[in-house]
Design a binder for this molecule. Structure first.
Ligand code: CA
Length: 235
């Protein structure tokens, strides 16, 4: 199975005139690890969408100045192929169809749960994500060397299996994020999580023995009842 993950610091533009919704989205997406810009009206939104480079644009439909439809139209006219997700309070089928016809990639009706938005954002970004294969990922003195498919800690090479490499890649790309067992199961083993199996726990234990046991600073932590997190301990 090919592990497709998001690179760090993906940039999202939110165009939303409702301050409360805008702030809520910005806070949530920033906490999820994205770099977020916010525009409060259509003109600023269009300007940013055309001049800056984003991995995704989240567009409210009803905006002062220029509406969301027009922003998308102008973006596509300028050959900006950035994925666009519409947010709209209007839940008419017509609007949804219009959005998709104009080339929107997704359409979410307000009110929505943040978790739903986040899941869809990740799906869209994954779909458009191409820049993942040739880079190193670092957490403290742990380095995942993707081009050479090897793991180093403190300058010392560590031998891992292919599954352990995928597991480590997932944990390092999403460093600081508590990863539930079910998510690890679906991303690394491509299977549904069955709580009777201890496959994940065994794999994490083995990985820990390799990357943490011989080092004073431990990077992988168990979060009881939730899952596992890999992060550099704070100062
Ligand atoms: Ca609005």
């Amino acid at each position: 199975m090919q592990l497709v993950l998001l690179r760090n610091n993906m940039k999202i533009l939110i165009v939303e005139d409702e301050p409360k919704t805008g702030t809520y989205l910005k806070r949530g997406l920033t906490a999820a690890g994205f770099v977020v810009d916010c525009a409060r009206d259509g003109r600023d939104g269009l300007h940013l969408a055309l001049t800056d480079s984003y991995d995704l644009v989240v567009l409210d439909v009803m905006l002062p100045g220029i509406d969301g439809w027009e922003i998308l139209r102008e973006m596509r006219r300028a050959d900006k192929q950035t994925p666009v997700m519409f947010l709209s309070a209007r839940d008419q089928v017509d609007d949804r169809v219009k959005g998709l016809e104009l080339g929107a990639d997704d359409y979410l009706v307000k009110p929505f749960a943040f978790s739903e938005l986040l899941a869809r954002v990740r799906t869209l970004l994954r779909r458009g994500s191409t820049v993942t294969a040739f880079e190193n990922i670092k957490v403290a003195d742990l380095v995942l060397d993707l081009p050479h498919h090897c793991v180093m800690r403190g300058g010392q090479r560590i031998d891992v299996t292919a599954k352990e490499f995928s597991l480590l890649e997932l944990m390092m790309r999403r460093q600081g994020e508590v990863l539930p067992r079910a998510l690890i199961a679906s991303q690394v083993w491509d299977m549904n999580f069955d709580s009777d199996t201890n496959v994940i726990d065994v794999a994490v234990r083995r990985l820990r023995a390799k990357i943490d046991d011989d080092f004073a600073v431990k990077l992988i932590r168990t979060v009881r009842g939730m899952g596992y997190v890999l992060e550099a301990p704070g100062p």
